[in-house]
Design a binder for this molecule. Structure first.
Ligand SMILES: Cc1cc2nc3c(=O)[nH]c(=O)nc-3n(C[C@H](O)[C@H](O)[C@H](O)COP(=O)(O)O)c2cc1C
Length: 350
């Protein structure tokens, strides 16, 4: 099963949603290895990127093992977004540029970016056209169902994206007012899919393979975008693919779960070591400690279903080395020597 974003062929029906503070290179890599068909960086501030901000540069680092990958930019000035996109095309080995038109965070909305852009389809078209003219990579957008229940702007936004030369539209089918909770508007997704000719990627509330297929069948969308459902559960992408192809869906074994955790810790530590600055050393925090602190949101998700999850959560702030995290995870899950030995064989075979 494939779908096309302009010249880019995407193999599979499940993509990873961009999530600030979550979908860094380490997590994207794991998802790609589990069959996720397209990943995105978290939103990156176009102007700060052009100014060479350390954090923004770190956020646009991509790996050869996670392709295809999109870089998501945010801002509201067509010229700045176009320049940032051109910089990305020249400096980053990525496959598409995605424009954020859905972020509900007040600091971003009050500056006219993120979800604020949805309210002005003429601006949407100008932004997409300016960026499309600046790069040869496909340009896509991610938006929401609307501003609030009284203002469902996704369809006019989608048409403006298409009109401006955009090559795909992802829709988180909740309004800005809903933030990240509450019902997901499948009816609107179906309507958008029916009225646009570019691919439509549906997003919101998918946490199981059955949920992914149900959304796709009910709406006709080209692909499903999974956000929080993939946290602590990168296997979901392979499971969606299995169910889609009528293969049995399997759950990870204890050793597979532990091996995933070991890999995640290792790639995150490696990333923080590569990007360590003298500043962080001065503050007395090691790159490893910062990586473990950064991973807290993921770590607790890996403990979902573990008998000792509460105890793990209580110790979370003290877990500042790979070794400490693994020991606490072994305790929480009750993983024994046999699981540890099997994990080693899995990692050695990979
Ligand atoms: C912690 C967090 C960070 C997010 N950051 C971004 C972001 O950088 N860019 C974006 O377009 N959406 C962002 N989102 C929204 C997600 O991409 C997605 O639309 C939302 O989580 C709904 O999907 P889900 O119900 O599958 O989680 C974020 C969501 C969460 C929970």
């Amino acid at each position: 099963m494939t779908f096309q974003i302009d010249q880019l062929t995407v193999h599979g029906v499940a993509v990873l949603a961009p999530m600030a503070g979550m979908t860094d290179l380490s997590f994207r890599r794991l998802c790609a290895a589990e069959g996720c068909s397209l990943v995105y960086t978290e939103l990156v501030h176009a102007r700060l990127l052009l100014q060479g901000a350390h954090r923004s540069l770190q956020n646009v680092e991509v790996g050869a093992d996670e392709r295809p990958v999109g870089v998501q930019l945010y801002g509201h000035d067509p010229a700045v977004l176009a320049d940032a996109a051109a910089w990305v095309e020249e400096n980053i080995e990525c496959d598409l540029i995605d424009l954020n038109m859905g972020c509900p965070v007040p600091k971003i909305v009050s500056r006219g970016a993120g979800a604020a852009i949805m309210r002005d389809p003429a601006l949407v078209e100008r932004l997409v056209r300016a960026v499309s003219d600046a790069v040869s990579l496909p340009v896509t957008a991610k938006t929401r169902s609307g501003w609030d229940d009284a203002e469902l702007n996704a369809l006019p936004v989608g048409k403006a994206v298409e009109q401006g030369g955009g090559k795909a539209l992802a829709v988180h089918a909740r309004t800005r007012a809903q933030r990240h909770e509450g019902p997901v508007n499948w009816e609107l997704l179906a309507q958008i899919k029916a009225e646009l000719s570019i691919p439509v990627i549906g997003n919101g509330g998918v946490t199981t393979p059955e949920g992914a297929l149900a959304m796709r069948e009910a709406t006709g969308i080209d692909a499903v975008m999974v956000g929080r459902g993939a946290l602590g559960n990168p296997w979901l992408f392979g499971q969606i693919d299995d169910l889609w192809h009528g293969r049995p869906v399997t759950l990870p074994t204890p050793a597979q779960r532990r091996a995933m955790l070991v890999r995640h810790l290792a790639v995150a530590k490696d990333g923080f070591e590569r990007w360590a600055t003298r500043n962080t050393t001065r503050r007395g925090k090691t790159a490893e400690g910062r990586a473990m602190a950064f991973l807290r949101g993921h770590l607790i998700r890996y403990m979902e279903g573990a008998p000792g999850r509460d105890g793990f959560r209580a110790r979370l702030n003290e877990l500042l080395t790979v070794e400490a995290v693994l020991e606490a995870a072994d305790d929480a899950w009750g993983w024994d020597d046999a699981v540890r030995a099997e994990t080693e064989s899995l990692l050695a075979a990979a």
